[in-house]
Design a protein around this ligand. Structure first.
Ligand code: ZN
Length: 140
């Protein structure tokens, strides 16, 4: 087990514009606001999008795509660094018109109808993600 300790430096609220890519928009927001390390939560709706499922045996992400409007029932993630760049790792729960939920890793291609979010900006140096041999993932 690894642990890191930070104090909260700032707490930000933001909103994406209609048509924004959720992951790109959140990453841009963090970059523009000088967020190096933090925690992010959000909610809203998308026109279309998708989630990823990591097959840990095959070490590959499977994409599950949705071509319909869905609620972002919940989005949660963290902000750190990978390859020297800001990196958001977010998971999302999307719900359809009947309330059925699908969840997983937030992929590119989730087109926002609306997305409101909060970012807890932490004080200090961001952990850097590196390749983890056991899982095949980039971890702290
Ligand atoms: Zn993930």
């Amino acid at each position: 087990m690894k642990s890191f300790e930070f104090n909260v430096q700032r707490f930000l609220l933001g909103r994406l514009e209609r048509g924004d890519d959720v992951l790109d928009g959140l990453t841009d927001f963090c970059r523009c606001n000088g967020v190096d390390v933090g925690h992010i939560e959000g909610l809203g709706a998308i026109e279309r999008g998708g989630v990823g499922y990591y097959d840990h045996e095959g070490r590959v992400y499977h994409e599950i795509r949705f071509d319909e409007g869905m609620e972002i029932a919940s989005l949660v993630g963290n902000i750190s660094r990978k390859d020297g760049e800001i990196f958001l790792h977010c998971h999302v729960t999307l719900s359809d018109s009947e309330g059925r939920c699908f969840g997983g890793h937030l992929l590119d291609g989730n087109v926002a109808v609306a997305c409101e979010f909060t970012v807890a900006v932490l004080e200090g140096a961001a952990p850097e993600r590196t390749h983890d041999e056991d899982t095949g993932l980039a971890l702290w």
